[in-house]
Design a binder for this molecule. Sequence first.
Ligand code: UDX
Ligand code: ADP
Length: 468
Amino acid sequence: MNREIKKICCIGAGFVGGPTMAVIADNCPELQVNVVDINKERIANWNNKDLSKLPIYEPGLKEIISRCRDTNLFFSSDIIKNLKSADMVFISVNTPTKTKGIGAGQASDLKWVEASARQISKYSRTGTIVVEKSTLPVKTAQTINTILKYSKESDSKNAKEKKFTVLSNPEFLSEGNAISDLVNPDRVLIGGEDEISINALMNIYLKWVKKEKIFTTDLWSSELSKLIANALLAQRVSSINSFSALCEKTGANIKDVSLAIGLDKRIGKYFLNAGPGFGGSCFKKDILNLIYICNHYGLKEVSSYWQKVLDINSWQQNRILSEIVNKMFGTIADKKLAIFGFAFKANTNDTRESPSMHICKKLLEEGAKLAIYDPKVSPEQIKKDLFDKKSINKDDNLQICVSTKDAVLDADAIVILTEWDEFKNLQWKKISLLMRSPSWLFDTRSICNIEEAQNHGINVWSTGFGKY
Ligand code: UDX
Ligand code: ADP
């Protein structure tokens, strides 16, 4: 049996909700897609006529927004109206790690998911299909189900009659490639118990995704698959980063090692780039969730195994910090460091868990003067990330720059922390003339032409390079 879906409402207009709904609207012109958010400023930015002001930077996103916005894709802060009319509701709200209470530092904070479920229960019609899109700990669907079933908040007289079905449809998009990941996914995963609801969601994806790529399973397997996929990807990054240190000690070169091992089909070439550690909103949070679940079930060995993946990530960042301080004669106090890149990876303006942010905080604590340039992260965001309540609160040592040239003027060192394309072919001759001597390049992403920088008198350290 088929269930026709005419209107979708997505709660949360963030890095997941925004691009996902844009791609659905673009491929399903017959559907009306309404994206809602409590953050009015974010909604205003999604509706901004100037597409360079969209709240999220993703290659290819603004083209889709210009095609679909106000045609079949709408951004609004009227949550109630859009919930009332939707046949299907996606939950794409944030689920950061809890900072206090039981499970603090490990479990996800589900207060935004819970608030969304309560709103759905109150305002949505009976029969609405609820799809969890945010990355969530296993068994969250059960929580959502319970809230939908027993919530007393319904404003309908027939509250007890209201019935909802819950599906898990985890997002595997990787920021910076979100649009191509959504348009051409490796797989679409749908978990659920109700076949009619599963088919309704599957029919949406079938508008542009081949049936062979759509995989259905039960709710918990679907939720767990998302966490495990991210844990395995993060593990590869920690593995290669651990070996980058060994290469540095032994005179080998991690890039060649990565290429050589990646040629083995069983290993594969992806996720073998050594660097300043993984960032982003998912990897750390999802591993912490797994650790929490494993501890809950008494699987101590399993939880400590995954804890090590996180430990190596922090160790890599601390190790890079030590290299910078040691190479610069044991102190960076009052020295000017040009920081290239603040986003957690290239092609995004997202800074959540960015290695650059963590390393910059530590460099500031060591007394360095930072001149930060990132092509897409706003100065306000950089300040917000660096001067939160816990960190030092003096920004005399921070300059936010509009170009690499602006940042390197009189700098003692350049630290490359995000692999933006424009950092790959820097003009080392010009740069060397602008810097103070002795000058240093710390290329944590190993993207520069080391020889060229050296030829212009710059000292170089690059992750995983043992030979200079
Ligand atoms: C990840 C998953 O890839 C995606 O499927 C999931 O839905 C959300 O989490 P994302 O966090 O956007 O996506 O970025 P990803 O490309 O996975 O990179 C994560 C981090 O690992 C970045 O900081 C990146 O720089 C780092 N990384 C990645 C490396 O250091 N080396 C690599 O070889 C690959
Ligand atoms: P993600 O990367 O998971 O998309 P973001 O933080 O970018 O995370 O986006 C989540 C969005 O969800 C935010 O814009 C936030 O304002 C929104 N949000 C959180 N709770 C609610 C809620 N109850 N109703 C509507 N929007 C919400």
